[in-house]
Ligand binder design. Sequence first.
Ligand code: GSH
Length: 244
Amino acid sequence: MASISGVQPPLNSTSEQPPLFDGTTRLYTSYSCPYAQRVWITRNYKGLQDKIELVPIDLSNKPAWYKEKVYPEGKVPSLKHNGKVLGESLDLIKYVDANFEGTPLFPNHHPAKKEFGPASDFLENALGKFDDGPFFLGQFSLVDIAYIPFVERFHIVLAEVFKHDITEGRPKLATWIEELNKIGAYTQTRVDPQIIVDKFKERHMNSDLILIFLFATWLKLVHFYCAASTVKVELQQTSSEIFL
Ligand SMILES: N[C@@H](CCC(=O)N[C@@H](CS)C(=O)NCC(=O)O)C(=O)O
């Protein structure tokens, strides 16, 4: 076939096994297998040619070590990554998309925009209530402290994982985050954004689409929690009692 000529010849029963756990990520594949092709396309489209090495297998004369040492199912595709060998093409295309760099192949940004829009608009509107400063009650207060740890996490995860910037078209929210980042009391408490992203991916990205909606529901809960805390702080301001 013209499209695959020039690629490396498949390994057969006489071929030596490539090292198993040497840190190289390998995609065991077969040029003729449509399941394996799914993962091959994903790897290519995301530009991972240098990150995921192809190991073509001759299915008509399979090396014994493949089933014995690499992937007990004996099928292709399988992916060796981070000390584990994973299989099943539909799981693998999601796995490669979620765990490697390159163009995202899951249109998360659509549900993200739709699902997270109203909560972000709520914040934008709330920030417009007092005009004597960029914070929720004008000056920095407990309300900002109640919101920022959650908004910080949404901001990071939505931007990084879902390619959705909550500050886009929301100038007050953008300014609020900018101004908070000038306050040492807050910046000293920030977690490394990469840790937040990694944790989120670890927990959610290998699961189904439904988790995006669970995450959205979580945001709504936080929204109610924060709305309640705003009311408490407003009450506190008028009655001088401490509620938070
Ligand atoms: N459900 C698997 C199917 C994989 C599969 O059936 N692969 C075939 C080749 S297309 C295979 O490796 N068969 C074993 C063999 O030919 O020895 C997936 O989606 O990855």
